[in-house]
Write a protein that binds this ligand. Structure first.
Ligand code: ZN
Length: 150
């Protein structure tokens, strides 16, 4: 567990400093906004679909390191996945960060995302970590209203 914690910190810092897929996708109708007023995290997520496959995913936003790193890792994780697979990932991620499953149990499905297991010890941070996923979900459903964690 100590190793996982150290790796968690390194990955969060890295993705916060240089977030991946940090850009707009201008020619897609699938995008949504998400807000976590409790912490002040604001995100916009874009997805480009090719049939039911997520051909591209991106985000822009500002907020705490956890929300940004989570969004960055999420865009990497869902790229190339089917929409249904992305939703399963979201469900597994949610279970992990709320402590319903252990990192060992979800390792196969979540890969790198198991690093967020530590978040389950800090209920306030769960919203930071899951904001991007809620926003992705809204983008996939073409929700016109912004997502809020409150
Ligand atoms: Zn936050």
């Amino acid at each position: 567990m100590a190793e996982l914690k150290q790796l968690y910190q390194e990955v969060i810092l890295d993705h916060n400093r240089s977030p991946r897929n940090f850009r707009e996708i201008s020619d897609t109708p699938h995008h949504a906004e998400g807000h976590n007023p409790l912490c002040g995290d604001n995100l916009k997520v874009w997805v480009e679909l090719d049939g039911d496959v997520i051909a591209d995913a991106s985000f822009i936003g500002n907020g705490c390191a956890i929300s940004k790193a989570s969004a960055s890792l999420m865009t990497q994780a869902v790229k190339g996945k089917r929409v249904s697979e992305a939703k399963e990932l979201f469900a597994s991620f949610q279970k992990l960060v709320t402590g319903q499953v252990s990192p060992q149990e979800s390792k196969e499905v979540l890969g790198k995302l198991i690093l967020f297991a530590g978040v389950s010890e800090f209920p306030v941070r769960v919203k930071c970590a899951s904001l991007s996923w809620h926003t992705l979900n809204a983008a996939l459903e073409d929700a016109s209203e912004a997502v809020t964690t409150e």
